[in-house]
Write a protein that binds this ligand. Sequence first.
Ligand code: ZN
Ligand code: ZN
Length: 163
Amino acid sequence: MTTGDIRVGMRLPTSIQICTRCRTALPLDAFSPDSRCRSGHTSACRQCCAEAMRAKYLPVPKPTLLDRFNRGVDEPVEFRDPTDCWEWKGSTQWGGYGSLWPGLKAHRVAYELFVGPIPHGLTIDHLCYKRACVNPAHLEAVTLSENVRRARFRQEFLRRIAA
Ligand SMILES: [Zn+2]
Ligand SMILES: [Zn+2]
């Protein structure tokens, strides 16, 4: 007998019980005796109970780098606007750059997670000029001298429009 054979309102033979977890109709001896339950047996079958027990004692999987990154931006990246700045909500260091344990820069992690490995010797430039932004679309791997040149250019530009 399976749950497919059972119709609503049908009276089950007393030797059969439906497991509350796997929804399978099973003979009573598939359930552990439990005097606290009305039927005198646990509501979940022995197999489901054993699985639940195993799950309870199984070590919680360690969060991946992506999990930790998603926590830093409040919501998984797949739900974020791809054009917006993704402001880092986790801890920050180095004058406003997002940081991830152990001493990783969040924007560099973003680049490596979504774009690829940062070529040796290159630095990550924020095209949106926001240090806390970790949107990979706003990040570009450039040489240090290019990064400095851009920063100087921007400073000069800001100085001129302020004048
Ligand atoms: Zn079950
Ligand atoms: Zn940005």
